[in-house]
Design a protein around this ligand. Structure first.
Ligand code: ADP
Ligand code: ADP
Ligand code: MG
Length: 472
């Protein structure tokens, strides 16, 4: 096992990795920006060191991080998600400096990091991909010709895109003409590469992804699926395991397809193969994320496997402990992303200070969060404050439990997505499994009706004003 692990990340995922290390008795050192000096990972890690400059650059400074790891006597680095997690150059720099990158080999990151190269690989491996191009668009004429062949509506996508960004829907020729140069410029600015391509838009799909685990000795297993169809602007809000729309036959088939995808790049560590599934239950490869994902908690809850610990063990050279036949799914799990956002104001982030914090608890409730009373949400990072995950024996039980946990959850001082998530948990279409990736956009008005929470906020504001007035 490793002597010490450096965590090159922040927030809830840094804390998640610290917890896995604690249970494995591996000391941790976490890096942090000045803004993050008072956050939970800094308090919970054995050691913490400041890495500047600024709020972001330090978390992306490959060589500064590697130097810190060496100075502190760490022999491995866990990148978490985002930042350097899917950076093949970072993975290479780690091994060139005698450090273990806790993740897949750089070749696998590179092959899957680019959506076009992964599409070509999957076609070779016999995995069905979304119909569309396998090379970047070079001219608008060529794009229009291909578009006519594939058929509208289409998705114009950045090959290097991620995090739900760099995707545009084209419903006709003039959309394509208008969006192509914009998408190219945006891709260059956001991801450093201007390659964009076209994919057929799958109508009313489910986003179903398969968690895989592979060791250094060629053993690969999958841990079943997650349904991440509850999305806003291609970003996930609620995730579920297992999916209500898959039967055992399709689960097995998609599991095999995910393993074929992973095998094509000799995958080791934890990874996720994302698919779209249409109304006729045809499935199409979307992309592979070569890292731990935000929503891994629901898979942990239904399989009982600690995915982060497995990543660490695999990186330390241990063989997979479980075989495919050992994996079984127990009950249902739901994760809600609690974001500091105002759902009634176009989900605008709401930075500020948390003035009260009470987290839910009790049977089947799990919190992975980076928030406490007095915590100040800074505008520099993404707005996710915590992940609330529940598990229960049945689907209805899981929904009831999530409703109860959201009711217990109190975060004051800033607006959060809690009221919005409560509405989803009360919505008959959600409860009956009648949803796909268009759910939020088609239910937005219904989900944004005022809730009792808004009322409580108003009462508290009025009470505070009266108290302040009487003090004066
Ligand atoms: P990212 O790398 O940003 O996660 P993905 O390719 O995984 O991008 O797509 C993100 C989301 O966008 C998907 O979960 C899905 O909801 C939507 N999407 C992407 N491609 C298509 C498509 N071809 N048809 C319909 N929806 C799509
Ligand atoms: P998950 O599939 O784990 O939910 P997301 O797509 O929501 O992953 O992304 C997880 C984190 O990684 C987010 O903070 C997101 O902004 C970031 N991220 C993912 N891919 C990229 C990318 N290509 N460029 C920049 N950030 C990314
Ligand atoms: Mg994706």
């Amino acid at each position: 096992m490793f002597k010490k692990i450096l965590i090159a990340n922040r927030g809830e995922i840094a804390l998640r990795i610290i917890r896995a290390c604690r249970e494995l008795s591996v000391p941790t050192v976490v890096i942090h920006s000045e803004v993050d000096a008072a956050t939970l990972p800094v308090k919970y890690a054995d050691e913490a060191c400041l890495v500047g400059p600024g709020p972001i650059e330090g978390y992306l400074s490959i060589y500064r991080i590697i130097d810190l790891a060496k100075q502190k006597g760490a022999d491995a680095i866990h990148p978490g998600y985002g930042f350097l997690a899917e950076n093949a150059e970072f993975a290479e720099a780690c091994s060139a400096n005698g450090l273990t990158f806790i993740g897949p080999k750089p070749e696998a990151i590179r092959a899957m990091g680019d959506k076009l190269s992964s599409r070509r690989l999957m076609i070779e491996a016999g995995v069905p991909v979304v119909p569309g191009l396998t090379d970047p668009i070079s001219s608008i004429n060529q794009a229009q010709k291909s578009a006519d062949e594939i058929g509208y509506p289409l998705m114009l996508k950045a090959s290097a895109g991620g995090g739900g960004r760099g995707i545009r829907i084209c419903t006709n020729r003039s959309d394509l003409k208008k969006f192509f140069p914009i998408a190219q410029a945006e891709a260059k600015a956001s991801f450093g590469k201007d390659a964009v391509y076209l994919e057929k838009k799958i109508e009313n799909p489910h986003h179903i992804e398969i968690q895989v685990l592979g060791d250094r000795y060629g053993h690969l297993i999958h841990l079943g699926e997650r349904d991440c169809s509850i999305q806003r602007r291609h970003q996930k809000l609620v995730e579920i395991a297992p999916s209500l729309m898959l039967d055992d036959k399709l689960r097995h088939e998609m599991g095999e397809a995910a393993l074929a995808a992973a095998r094509a790049v000799n995958y080791e560590s934890a990874g996720t193969v994302e698919f779209l599934v249409d109304a006729d239950k045809r499935y199409y490869f979307l992309e592979m994320n070569t890292r731990i994902q935000v929503e891994h908690t629901v898979t942990e809850e239904v399989t009982g496997i600690d995915i982060v610990k497995e990543m660490i063990r695999i990186a330390a050279g241990e063989p997979l402990a479980e075989k495919q036949e050992d994996i079984s799914l127990r009950g249902y799990a739901i994760e809600c992303r609690i974001n500091a956002e105002d759902s009634k104001n176009n989900f605008l982030p709401t930075p500020g200070k948390v003035t009260a914090y009470y987290s839910p608890g009790g049977i089947g409730v799990r919190i992975d969060g980076n928030v406490y009373k007095g915590y100040t949400i800074s505008p520099y990072y993404d707005s996710m404050l915590a992940k609330l995950t529940v598990r229960a024996k049945t689907w209805d039980g899981a929904v009831q439990r999530m409703r109860r946990a959201l009711d217990e959850y109190v975060i004051r001082g800033i607006k959060t997505t809690i009221p919005f998530l409560k509405r989803i948990m009360e919505d008959p279409d959600f409860i009956s499994g009648n949803f796909d990736t268009t759910y939020i956009e088609t239910h937005l008005d219904r989900l944004n009706l005022s809730t009792s929470d808004d009322h409580i906020d108003k009462v508290i504001a009025i009470a505070a004003a009266i108290a302040a007035h009487s003090r004066r």
